[in-house]
Design a protein around this ligand. Structure first.
Ligand code: F3S
Length: 283
């Protein structure tokens, strides 16, 4: 009989402190704040956590217009400029759980705009965090995921860069290398958050040492998808799953070690459930 799979769980896998902070603020609001309590958009990209919050009395509002009374929670991704003030002016109790890393990126984008830079945002165009950043960076700002998204002629030679907090260093380096020869002045704010840096670095190191990787987290979660892409560059046998039920034992036939990592919105129970299934796999 073959020995069981050796399972490794990467450092910094799962909830980041910004998400933990938002969850704590939300649970506190569920007990104390004026009802009804709603978050503006799902608090995190995790259906299980959202269902649990619902049971505790925290609903999800799709837009600011949907919230007419009680308490509204602004999630860690942040909101576009002026949203918080408008909601408070409507008489709502506002709990701002915007991650401080995101707030710092907002401030940097606003400063670049004020100082006359054309702001280029490295990030996913429709992601809520990027929509918020854009409101500070100005209507003429550009959002790109890679140099391929840049216009042929960049409309300014005074360029400032800010980055969605969960992007990777590789992408930032690639963009900066492309912009530098075209700019007269290039000011880059590396606003990738330290939790993301540490999680990605630990996952990449682990992926280079194991025979397969399982990345756990929502398919809607951009930071989980990026984690899977980075691991796949080191270890092509990388599988992105939302939960333990998706695991196919045939992925691990003939292998000895498997590493697990997880995105910033993946709860510890979900990581443990994946580890428990892998412990039962006969390689
Ligand atoms: Fe904040 Fe970074 Fe998490 S920006 S919400 S600590 S992924």
């Amino acid at each position: 009989m073959m020995s069981p799979l050796e399972i490794r769980i990467s450092d910094c896998a799962g909830f980041c402190w910004g998400v933990e902070r938002a969850l704590e603020m939300t649970l506190e609001a569920a007990g104390d704040a004026p009802a009804p309590v709603n978050s503006l958009g799902p608090l995190i990209h995790n259906p299980g956590v959202i269902a649990d919050l619902k049971r505790r009395g925290v609903g999800v509002a799709g837009s600011p217009e949907e919230v007419t009374e009680g308490t509204v929670i602004l999630r860690s991704h942040g909101v576009p400029r002026g949203t918080r003030e408008r909601l408070a002016a409507q008489g709502l109790a506002v709990i701002d759980a915007t991650c401080p890393f995101v707030t710092s990126a907002h401030e940097k984008a606003a400063r670049l705009k004020k100082d006359g830079y054309l702001v280029i945002i490295l990030g996913e165009r429709d992601h809520p965090e990027v929509l918020g950043l854009r409101s500070y960076a100005g209507d003429d700002s550009l959002v790109v995921e890679s140099p391929a998204d840049l216009p042929e002629q960049i409309p300014s030679r005074k360029i400032g860069v800010v980055v969605q907090t969960t992007q990777s260093h590789e992408r930032l380096s690639e963009l900066v290398a492309h912009l530098a020869p075209q700019a007269k002045e290039l000011l880059v704010h590396n606003t990738i958050c330290s939790a993301t840096e540490q999680r990605q670095a630990a996952a990449i190191a682990m992926a280079g040492e194991v025979d397969a990787v399982v990345v756990v987290g929502g398919r809607e979660s951009g930071n989980t998808r990026r984690l899977a892409q980075l691991c796949a560059l080191q270890q092509p046998r990388t599988h992105h799953v939302e939960s333990a039920v998706e695991i196919d034992p045939s992925w691990f036939r003939g292998l000895r070690t498997v590493g697990i990592t997880a995105g910033a919105s993946t709860p510890p129970e979900q990581i443990e459930a994946v580890a428990a299934v892998l412990r039962e796999v006969e390689p």
